[in-house]
Write a protein that binds this ligand. Sequence first.
Ligand code: NDP
Length: 265
Amino acid sequence: MTRQFAVVGNPIEHSRSPELHHAFAKATGIDLHYSKRLAPLDGFASNVQEFFSQGGIGLNVTVPFKEQAYQLCDVLTPRAQVARAVNTLWQQDGKLHGDNTDGQGLVDAINALGWPLQQAKILILGAGGATRGVILPLAQAGAGQIVIANRTLSRAQQLIADVQPFINTAHLSAIILDHLSGQFDLIINATSASLSGEALQLPPALQFQYAYEMAYGKPSSFLDQATERGVPTSDGFSMLVGQAIEAFAIWNGVKLALSDFLSLK
Ligand code: NDP
């Protein structure tokens, strides 16, 4: 019988998840159908319930419902607990399980690029949901130091206070975005500046070896500046593919190689 999957969000038309999961199905020979579900802003929980009551196997969750999905779950993985957001749902023994695969998606993307994470000194710009989702997987991948720079310093400080109890390997610290300096192995733009068409200024005193922009399909002043410096760069499409591959692995028990699917861009 065809296994049913879907992504729920609002809006949802733009989602590339069906295309990705159908490509994974083709590669593995798994018989599945993956659809898009538009939930009303006040109708997320009933949409989830309807999906699983109709025999759905796995559901991805996107903007603006990831925090609601986290609240709805009976069982959460540690990385979903740290993220306080869930993008992957499934049912097991009558319980709703939730995970957050965004961070592992980023780690797999960075590994596929061949950029080093072991003992890496990483600077993350932004302290929103995306940053919260990637800190634990980056630490688990061996990062030695993670500095979070945010326009609103208190938000970065609060985020570190929240995640610190889960992380004992990487050193975490917060700085204000205006005062960027120092040398980093990797810089990650997890602000939503590129989405809203705003520029980010990287001061000359800030040095880095690799630059990753979480947004994709948008002009990015962050990537432009990194490219001008001759630094290897990537946009967030590989992270999108990575989070989908990780969700597919949870649901179907097969972990695919990210590099095989980057050409879908
Ligand atoms: P949030 O709205 O939760 O957080 C936005 C962050 O960006 C805040 O820290 C905010 O700072 C900062 N910010 C916004 N505008 C500016 C600006 N002009 N200058 C400096 N800082 C700014 O967003 P998310 O964390 O959910 O998403 C962040 C990015 O990650 C988006 O581009 C999103 O598309 C991308 N993303 C990509 C994924 C992928 O699979 N590739 C998955 C998830 C997210 P402040 O706190 O001061 O307001």
